[in-house]
Design a protein around this ligand. Structure first.
Ligand SMILES: [Ca+2]
Ligand SMILES: [Ca+2]
Ligand SMILES: [Ca+2]
Ligand SMILES: [Ca+2]
Length: 447
């Protein structure tokens, strides 16, 4: 697990440069193609060893890597990711009617285009009334704007489930019965049941039927308490399975042994991570996507204690998860810190601002929702000059400082040429008036 602050980006300046050559004034505005890709690392390059997993590369990764430079976490610990690893900018609270969106207590968010108008909406389970609030998006898909909410109804009345202490209904929007129209699953806080609410109308105007409890054989499916359902084809057999967090912090896998139209479930088993039952800390939520861009989906989860990534070192159809690693985000004055917005964090993932990078939403105990914008820590421009100076620009986050290291060889980029370069916000620029001998650069998040 990476525990230090040693996030690096490495760039090689090749000769002749294959870059566009912006003027000095352009440097901070112009995105140019980077100069080196993961797949081009020579076999004897020590970074090739650090980057490792040559067998994990795939066509998608190579294609994506063309626009990116290598990114290495804590190489001394041999914990490695590539340039697709998502980083986060500082958290901020989602707004509704120009103030912090607040559903009351224990928010459990799910983002989906509920009314099919092409703009993402927000559903939030909340404990105060044991209901599910729907915020329709009055802005755009890339810049959601919320004003008021209504409680979602089923069978003509508000969906209402017992929360049991610090639980809340946990919504998940999906086309559960594969009829082409989105439906709703909701997890029960008190009893660990999961309910299916079928959409009997249209995608543009969903009307939900009375909830039906999911079953395992002739018994109700349950994770004991604090069910947070999520649908994903975990074993890659073409049928979506039910994954579900619970109050004890586990992740349950209910394999779909029915059909796409009529799911039926085998008895639940606990997901494994690091050779033991996955435990994220109490009150877990699980989701699946490929955080590090190696072509194999990973498990992402939240709990009372943090937001975690379990990297999948197996395959799409036979996942093997490593132990959870806490994801970090900048905190003003404290650098990168494990993401923590208070107890009872319930996450969802979505590309909130439509920039191609997944973003993180965290529902909070006080009813608010925190938004952490995802980005990729990478050089976006590196410009050599005849004087030997080198201007560089990289994707950055506020509340961080950076070190710049340089060398004439890729294997020994240890010469600090700048320390504590303050963040420029979403991008940071720096010009090194160094010698032409410095051909390779690395960025490091300063302690
Ligand atoms: Ca919508
Ligand atoms: Ca449906
Ligand atoms: Ca399956
Ligand atoms: Ca995004």
């Amino acid at each position: 697990m990476f525990t230090g602050n040693a996030a690096h980006v490495d760039a090689e300046k090749e000769s002749p440069l294959r870059l566009t050559m912006p003027t000095e004034a352009d440097t901070c505005r112009k995105l140019v193609v980077p100069i080196r890709t993961y797949s081009k690392l020579p076999k004897n390059d020590p970074f090739a060893q650090v980057l490792g997993n040559p067998h994990r590369s795939n066509p998608t990764q190579r294609k994506l890597a063309v626009g990116l430079l290598t990114l290495v976490f804590a190489p001394g610990l041999f914990e490695v990711v590539n340039a697709q690893q998502i980083q986060f900018r500082p958290g901020e609270l989602l707004q509704a009617a120009s103030q912090a969106l607040d559903v009351g207590t224990y928010a459990i968010p799910c983002v989906a285009d509920w009314n099919g108008d092409g703009r993402k909406d927000l559903l939030v389970g909340y404990q105060t009334a044991g209901k599910v609030a729907l915020y329709l998006n009055a802005g755009s898909d890339a810049n959601p704007v919320f004003t008021t909410s209504v409680n979602l109804q089923a069978g003509g009345v508000d969906i209402s489930l017992p929360s049991g202490g610090c639980g809340a209904p946990a919504p998940w929007v999906c086309d559960y019965d594969n009829d082409g129209k989105r439906d709703l699953l909701v997890g029960d806080g008190a009893n660990g049941y999961v309910y299916f609410y079928r959409n009997t109308n249209t995608d543009a105007n969903p009307v939900l039927d009375t909830g039906v409890r999911l079953m395992v054989g002739s018994s109700p499916l349950t994770v004991t308490y604090r069910a947070t359902p999520y649908l994903y084809d975990w074993d890659g057999d073409g049928l979506k399975d039910l994954l579900c967090g619970n109050g004890d912090g586990n992740g349950f896998f209910f394999r779909n042994i029915g059909t796409a139209q009529s799911p039926a479930y085998a008895a639940g088993t606990r997901l494994q991570a690091g050779g033991a039952d996955l435990n994220l800390g109490i009150r877990s939520v699980v989701r699946v996507f490929d955080l590090d861009g190696d072509g194999v989906p990973d498990l992402l989860g939240s709990s009372n204690t943090g937001v975690y990534w379990c990297r999948n070192t197996g395959s799409r159809s036979a996942p093997v998860l490593v132990l959870p690693v806490a994801l970090r985000a900048p905190v003003s004055g404290s650098g990168l810190q494990p993401i923590y917005t208070g107890q009872r964090m319930r996450l969802d993932w979505v590309d909130w601002n439509n920039d191609g990078v997944m973003d993180l939403l965290v529902g909070n105990a006080d009813g608010t929702i925190s938004y952490f914008e995802g980005y990729r820590f990478a050089f976006t421009a590196v410009t050599g000059r005849s004087s030997g100076a080198c201007s560089m620009q990289w994707n950055s986050a506020s509340s961080l400082n950076y070190n710049v290291l340089a060398s004439s060889a890729v294997g020994s980029i240890t010469n600090l040429v700048a320390t504590n370069v303050p963040s420029g916000g979403k991008t940071t620029c720096y010009t090194n008036a160094g010698s032409p001998g410095q051909q390779f650069y690395r960025l490091q998040v300063a302690p």
